[in-house]
Design a protein around this ligand. Structure first.
Ligand code: CP
Ligand code: NVA
Length: 303
């Protein structure tokens, strides 16, 4: 594992497995306080809204005995165009680790390039790697293993979908993405054609015999003015009872949240027996604890 966590591909299969297992162990131990990162400070720069990611990172850091500093761009010189390279070098003198949620992946990469401290991608328009790590933790928690896994992604080929593609490249599980024309993942993320990753246009084809059905909003943060067009374009791509019926009987239904009940997923499925969405939300905290520990204490060197 390198200095930063900017995309899933920053991790090898072994590192990903070890992080997930450590997070499961942290959850099982159930300690509210460890003191492992006492004296350490996590900075948080969030240019987009967040409930889960921000609160779970803050709580994870508190449980580790460290503290957090929420940095609003508007109240720092970042709002007055201070160069990323200067911001990164200055923040590295005060903080021990920095998590950023913003629009451009390149901006997070630039921050990481100039920062001496680990930088974590807390979501960009392109990727949401922390989400997919905790989602894989949830799959392992529920199924016991990540082997022989068939995952269906229904809807937008967005940041979360693209991190799932990265994960399928690293771990090799089968991933079928049903996305309407015009909303496919980026070709550069799909990469070379592989046997385990396919984009189809029929949600039922993707969901057939799936172990996991996963979806997300049709208009992500920053795309609010496209909502009406997207609502029309995504008709037929809803996760509902008839889609769940073609999957395996023990299928897990996942959604990173926030969800729009009645749009990309029906309320009865979101609240139904297959749904693991609130376990996913909880697991973000345990996974972030494992990630902070790994980045700051070099647990990775013992993996
Ligand atoms: N899933 C997720 O990242 O949620 P938030 O936008 O609330 O952080
Ligand atoms: N695709 C969504 C994920 C939110 C956690 C967004 O970017 O808004």
């Amino acid at each position: 594992m390198g200095k930063d966590f900017l995309t899933i591909q920053d991790l090898s299969r072994e590192e990903m497995t070890a992080l997930i297992d450590r997070a499961l162990q942290i959850k099982k131990e159930g300690k509210r306080s460890t003191g492992a990162l006492s004296g350490y400070t996590l900075g948080l720069i969030f240019d987009k809204a967040s409930t889960r990611t921000r609160v779970s990172f803050e709580t994870a850091m508190f449980r580790l005995g460290g503290q957090t500093l929420f940095l609003s761009r508007a109240q720092t010189q970042m709002s007055r165009d201070e160069a990323i390279e200067d911001t990164a070098r200055v923040l590295s003198r005060y903080l021990d680790v920095l998590a950023i949620r913003t629009y451009s992946q390149e901006q997070v990469q630039e921050m990481a390039q100039w920062a001496d401290i680990p930088v974590i991608n807390a979501l960009t328009d392109k990727y949401h790697p922390c989400q997919v790590l905790s989602d894989l933790m949830t799959v392992k928690e529920k199924r016991g293993a990540l082997e022989d896994l068939r995952v269906a992604w229904i809807g937008d080929g967005n940041n979360v979908a693209q991190s799932w593609i990265n994960a399928a490249h690293v771990l090799g599980f089968e991933l079928l993405l049903a996305c309407p024309a015009g909303y496919h993942p980026l070709p550069e993320v799909l990469g070379e054609k592989t046997e385990n990753i396919r984009v189809v246009e029929d949600p039922k084809e993707a969901a057939e015999d799936a172990d996991v059905i996963n979806t997300d909003v049709w208009a992500s943060m920053g795309q609010e003015d496209e909502s009406a067009r997207r609502l029309a374009d995504f008709q037929g791509f809803q996760v509902n009872q008839s889609l769940v019926a073609v999957a395996r009987q023990d299928v897990l239904v996942m959604h990173c949240l926030p969800a729009h009940r009645g749009e990309e997923i029906t309320a009865d499925v979101l609240d139904g027996p297959h749904s693991v969405v609130f376990d996913q939300a909880e697991n973000k905290m345990h996974l972030h604890q494992a990630l902070l520990e790994g980045l700051l204490l070099g647990r990775r060197s013992r993996i």
